[in-house]
Design a protein around this ligand. Structure first.
Ligand code: ATP
Ligand code: MN
Length: 479
C-alpha cells in the first residue's frame, strides 16, 4: 500500500514532532553518503532525508543515485542544517527503481533549454519545468473556474471538422485513404473524397468558434477549451502546430462587452497564479533574472516577472483603434529611423515588430486594438458603418504580441452572406452556421485566447516550446 505516503509539499509545511512518515520520490542529490535531497514533483523544494551511518549496507548506498526512486520510512524532525525547517531521519530506505548515474541524461547541473527540449520526456524533473507545468495546470483550472462561476457552459467542439471556412491552406488533413496507393479520383482528376472515411474531405480544427456560435445562440454564454491545429509553416517562438485555445462566445454582447470580459479574464488568470503558485513564480522570476544577465542592459526587462504581473493587474489595458495604432507607428522614432522591416500604412496587417513597438515601447502595457480593416480579418466579423472596418479586437501583450483575437460577429444574414460571396466562401455548405442568423439572430461576440501564449506571459518563459509538454512544430513531433 503506497497511499500512506505524504507529499513533500505537505511534509515541508508540517510541524515536526518526531512522528513517523512515509515519503517517496526521486533522488535529486546524495551527499556524503548521508544526505538525500528527495523530490516528488509536488514542489521544487526537496525534503532532506538523513541516512545515519550504519543504517544501510554498502550495496544499497551505491544504488542511491540521481533520479533513483525511493520509499523512505522515518521520523519527521526539526532540521539542524540551514535551508530547511524539517527533515526526515530515515529508519528504512527501499530503492523502488534504480537509475544508472552514468547514463542518466540530466546531471545535477545547469542545462540549456535547447538541450532540455531534446529530452522533453525527462525535463519535467528539472526545477524550471516543474514550476512551468504546475503553473500551466493552475491556469487551466482557473480557466474553468472563471467561466463556471459566471455561468458559462463548457462546450466540447469537434476536433475533426469538414468546414474550411477559416484559414484555408493551413489545415491538417484527416483521411483514411491509403496514401501509398493510387488515390480515387473524380473525372476531372481531383481526389474523390466520397471514398474517404467521412465521405468528404475533413481536417483538424483550427478553431471551435463556428460551433461555439451555435451553442451561444442557445445557452447565451459558452466557452470551449481544447486543442487546435494549424499547419502554418511559421517556425517562431510564438507558434505551435498544435496548441490549446480558450474560446468564449456570448450572445447579447457587443465589442465593448467582449473587451471587458477578455481583460477581466486575463487578470483573473494572473491573480489566480499569484495567489496559488507564489513559490513557483518566485523561482521563475529568479530564473529570468539569471537568464537576462547574459543580455546587454537595454535588452533586459524593465520589471521583474512578479512586478510585471502586478503592473498588469493594477492598470487598465490601453484601448485604441487600428487607425490610431497605424498613426502612432507612422509618427514613431522607430519608423522615422527606418527601424521597421515591414511596411506601415493603413490597410496592412501589423507585423510582430509593430505590435511589440506599441506594447513595449509606446504604451508599456497590454493594448487592445479595435476596428481593423475588413480585408485583413475574417468573414464573420461585424461590419462597421464606415464600410471599411470590422468590429474586431486583438489584445497585444508585452513580450508576446497577440495573445487574444476576437470580434463582435456579423449577425445580419444579408450582410454576412454578401461578405461570404465576396470572399468565395461556399454559402450553401455553411447552411448550419447561417441558420443561427435565420432563426432568432442576436448581437453576439467572442474571442480566442491562446493558452500557451498566456502560460508564456505568466511564467516569463520566452519560447512557446517550453510551456507545452510535447511541442509539435514544423519537422518536429518527437515523443
Ligand atoms: P498570429 O497572428 O500570432 O499568428 P492569429 O491571428 O493567427 O495569430 P487567431 O486566429 O486570432 O490568431 O487565434 C487566436 C489566438 O490563438 C491568438 O491570439 C493566439 O493567442 C493564439 N494562436 C494563434 N495561432 C497560434 C499558434 N500557431 N500557436 C500558438 N498560439 C496561437
Ligand atoms: Mn496565425
Amino acid at each position: 500500500m503506497f497511499n500512506k505516503r505524504v507529499k513533500i509539499k505537505e511534509l515541508l509545511a508540517t510541524e515536526a514532532t518526531g512522528q513517523e512518515v512515509i515519503v517517496m520520490g526521486w533522488v535529486r542529490t546524495f551527499r556524503n553518503n548521508q544526505f538525500i535531497a528527495l523530490n516528488d514533483g509536488s514542489t521544487n523544494n526537496n525534503i532532506q532525508i538523513v541516512v545515519e551511518l550504519g543504517l544501510l549496507d554498502e550495496a544499497t548506498l551505491k544504488r542511491i543515485t540521481t533520479s533513483a526512486s525511493l520509499k523512505i520510512v522515518g521520523q519527521l524532525i526539526a532540521s539542524q542544517g540551514k535551508g530547511q525547517k524539517v527533515e526526515v531521519k530515515a529508519t528504512a530506505v527501499e530503492v523502488l527503481g534504480d537509475s544508472d548515474a552514468e547514463k542518466y541524461p540530466l546531471q545535477p547541473k545547469k542545462h540549456s533549454l535547447e538541450f532540455l527540449r531534446e529530452i522533453a520526456h525527462l525535463r519535467f524533473r528539472t526545477n524550471t519545468f516543474g514550476a512551468v507545468f504546475r503553473l500551466r495546470h493552475s491556469l487551466a483550472y482557473a480557466v474553468h473556474k472563471f467561466y463556471h462561476e459566471k455561468g458559462f457552459v463548457y462546450m466540447h467542439t469537434p476536433i475533426i471538422t469538414a468546414s474550411d471556412a477559416e484559414g484555408a491552406g493551413e489545415m491538417f488533413r484527416v483521411t483514411t485513404l491509403d496514401l501509398a496507393k493510387q488515390l480515387p479520383t473524380n473525372d476531372d482528376g481531383s481526389i474523390n473524397y466520397k471514398e474517404d472515411f467521412f465521405g468528404r474531405s475533413t481536417n483538424l480544427t483550427v478553431s471551435g468558434q463556428l460551433e461555439g456560435e451555435l451553442a451561444a445562440t442557445a445557452f447565451s454564454e459558452i466557452y470551449t477549451f481544447g486543442p487546435t491545429f494549424r499547419a502554418e509553416n511559421s517556425n517562431t517562438a510564438r507558434h505551435l502546430a498544435e496548441f490549446w485555445m480558450i474560446e468564449p462566445e456570448m450572445a447579447f454582447y457587443d465589442l465593448e462587452d467582449n473587451m471587458n470580459l477578455a481583460e477581466e479574464f486575463i487578470k483573473y488568470l494572473i491573480r489566480f497564479a499569484m495567489e496559488n503558485n507564489r513559490e513557483d513564480l518566485e523561482f521563475l522570476a529568479q530564473r529570468l533574472v539569471e537568464e537576462e544577465k547574459q543580455l546587454p542592459q537595454d535588452k533586459r526587462s524593465e520589471l521583474g516577472l512578479i512586478e510585471k504581473l502586478e503592473f498588469v493587474l493594477n492598470n487598465n489595458f490601453e484601448r485604441i483603434t487600428y487607425t490610431e495604432a497605424i498613426d502612432i507607428l507612422l509618427n514613431s522614432p522607430a519608423y522615422k529611423k527606418k527601424k521597421f522591416q515591414y511596411e506601415v500604412k493603413w490597410g496592412v496587417d501589423m507585423q510582430s515588430e509593430h505590435e511589440r513597438y506599441l506594447v513595449e515601447k509606446h504604451f508599456k502595457k497590454p493594448v487592445i486594438v479595435t476596428n481593423y480593416p475588413k480585408d485583413i480579418k475574417s468573414f464573420y466579423m461585424r461590419q462597421n458603418d464606415d464600410g471599411k472596418t470590422v468590429a474586431a479586437m486583438d489584445i497585444l501583450a508585452p513580450g508576446i504580441g497577440e495573445i487574444v483575437g476576437g470580434s463582435q460577429r456579423e449577425e445580419r444574414l444579408d450582410l454576412l452572406t454578401k461578405r461570404m460571396e465576396e470572399l468565395n466562401i461556399p454559402v450553401e455548405e455553411m447552411w448550419w452556421f447561417l441558420d443561427t442568423r435565420r432563426y432568432g439572430t442576436v448581437p453576439h461576440a467572442g474571442f480566442g485566447l491562446g493558452f500557451e501564449r498566456m502560460v508564456l506571459f505568466v511564467t516569463g518563459m520566452t519560447n512557446i516550446r517550453d510551456v507545452i509538454a510535447f511541442p509539435r512544430t514544423p519537422k518536429s513531433a518527437e515523443f
